[in-house]
Design a protein around this ligand. Structure first.
Ligand code: DC
Length: 227
């Protein structure tokens, strides 16, 4: 189990991060939030006054683009500077679409993600993990939830953080991001044929984690029986 690679894909707000972190903790392996890496590119491009479709400028940025996760994957430093608080802002929410739809950026980040996974156990979450980054792993999940449930979760999360938000606006933003993620040309969000589909709409976090652990154990058992 030490070098197990677990891929979790799915739309924004389906509970991937929460569930992936718990799974990684329970299995004693690392957690990798690939969305944070796309956000780091968007942030760095913005700080350097570079557009996310200017590949020459991005290539220069990538010559000095060192990402380091800490605190169980919860914190991200870019070239030694903690950027965790700067990559989850409404501005980066908008800019990140440009980074994520650029094939040059995707290929650079996919290489980094594969390097990170080499020789270690990892729960990696994103949009193209089961289809591209870790396409050979037998442990693949597609985590989904209805738009209403995802919007409501985000609304409650905001309220917990003391941010008043509008449920209808959150719902519309989720619909917009779903559309962008699933219709972009390079590596769009799609369920890998061999991924296990889980609808978390009616599950608690604990129930979803338990279900996924059962499935992981089932896959491991099947693989051992086939050796
Ligand atoms: O999961 P998130 O919302 O932090 O992701 C930020 C953006 O990056 C979102 O537009 C989807 C995109 N993304 C991607 O295209 N591929 C990934 N593996 C992870 C995220």
């Amino acid at each position: 189990m030490k070098n197990i690679h677990i891929a979790i894909d799915g739309p924004a707000g389906a509970g991937k991060s929460t569930i992936a972190k718990i799974l990684a903790d329970k299995l004693g392996i690392i957690y990798l939030d690939t969305g944070a890496m796309y956000r780091a590119v968007a942030y760095c491009a913005k700080m350097n006054g570079v557009s996310c479709d200017d590949n020459d400028a991005l290539a220069k940025i990538f010559t000095d683009f060192n990402l380091e996760f800490s605190d169980g994957g919860r914190k991200l430093a870019l070239n030694g500077e903690d950027i965790s608080a700067f990559i989850r802002t409404p501005e980066i929410d908008v800019l990140v679409g440009g980074a994520a739809s650029n094939p040059f950026v995707r290929s650079h980040l996919v290489n980094m993600q594969r390097e990170i996974a080499k020789g270690v156990g990892v729960v990696m979450e994103g949009r193209d993990i089961g289809t591209v980054v870790l396409k050979d792993t037998p442990y693949k999940f597609y985590l989904d939830a209805s738009v209403d449930v995802r919007a409501n979760r985000r609304y409650l999360q905001n309220r917990e953080r003391g941010i008043e938000s509008d449920l209808e606006a959150i719902k519309n933003d989720i619909i917009r991001r779903d559309h962008l993620d699933s219709t972009r040309e390079t590596d769009p969000l799609t369920k890998a044929d061999d991924a296990i589909y889980i609808d978390s709409s009616l599950l608690t976090t604990d129930e979803a984690v338990e279900l996924m652990l059962e499935k992981i154990n089932g896959i491991t058992k099947r693989l051992e029986e086939n050796v």
